[in-house]
Design a binder for this molecule. Structure first.
Ligand SMILES: O=C(O)COP(=O)(O)O
Ligand SMILES: [Mg+2]
Length: 225
């Protein structure tokens, strides 16, 4: 068994099954991990915080693809990106008659502070066009389109969290499944893409698991268990 590195782990597609439910065995791994665990997600801030609380670990979180960073220990919340540009984007997008696509009670964006998520069933072209006008970029995680500031990602989040925790980004083991994990993969000492990973994450990772979704996560961390 090798010494356990701190872990930076994605949520959707990595800790979850194809049904989007977090796998209980993956939660056990996080609860028992003997080094810091950083939950890094495209989801809004309350989701990873709740995950950490229900798992029973100190919340150490990169949310909104790096737009929101929180290290529970140091009691500091850091925001990145350009929320005003995102607000202007959303106004222009709605003005053109488009919808974010999440229905009346928009749980994807209700607590979102630095970027906006658009349902994958909405057309891509107006997003790209209007994002560019507002100095923003669009990524497709396989779960949503995220319209975000270009200089902010899970990698900028990892740099900030690592410094706060007294580690280098290169000390971390990173596990993920999609384009929004490429930035952490590039910084981490070891990066693992689960078998369901998109082409971007698969290409950026040091290794790729045989198993998909949360079973892939369990396989990724097996050498350290
Ligand atoms: O919110 C998304 O689109 C994907 O979330 P994830 O980064 O936890 O996979
Ligand atoms: Mg993911």
């Amino acid at each position: 068994m090798q010494e356990t590195p701190p872990l930076v782990v994605d949520v959707d597609g990595t800790l979850t099954g194809p049904d989007q439910a977090v796998a209980p065995r993956a939660m056990t791994v996080l609860a028992e991990w003997p080094a810091p665990v950083v939950v890094a997600t495209g989801k809004a801030f309350p989701f990873p915080v709740a995950l950490c609380q229900f798992v029973g670990i100190e919340p150490c979180v990169i949310a909104e693809n790096g737009g929101v960073v929180f290290v529970g220990e140091s009691d500091e919340l850091v925001f990145g990106g350009d929320p005003e540009a995102v607000d202007a984007f959303v106004a222009a997008y709605r003005e053109r008659g488009h919808s974010l696509g999440w229905g009346n009670v928009d749980l994807a964006n209700r607590w979102r502070e630095t970027e906006i998520a658009v349902s994958l069933d909405q057309p891509r072209e107006p997003l790209d066009e209007l994002a560019e006008t507002h100095g923003l970029t669009v990524i497709d995680t396989g779960y949503a389109y995220h319209v975000k500031s270009p200089g902010v990602d899970k990698g900028t989040g990892l740099r900030a969290v690592a410094e706060e925790l007294g580690y280098a980004p290169g000390d971390f083991l990173a596990v993920g499944d999609s384009i929004n994990d490429v930035a952490t993969f590039e910084l981490a000492g070891e990066s693992v893409a689960v078998a369901n990973a998109d082409e971007h994450a698969a290409a950026a990772a040091d290794r790729r698991t045989d198993a998909r979704y949360a079973a892939g996560f369990l396989e990724a961390v097996e050498p350290y268990r």
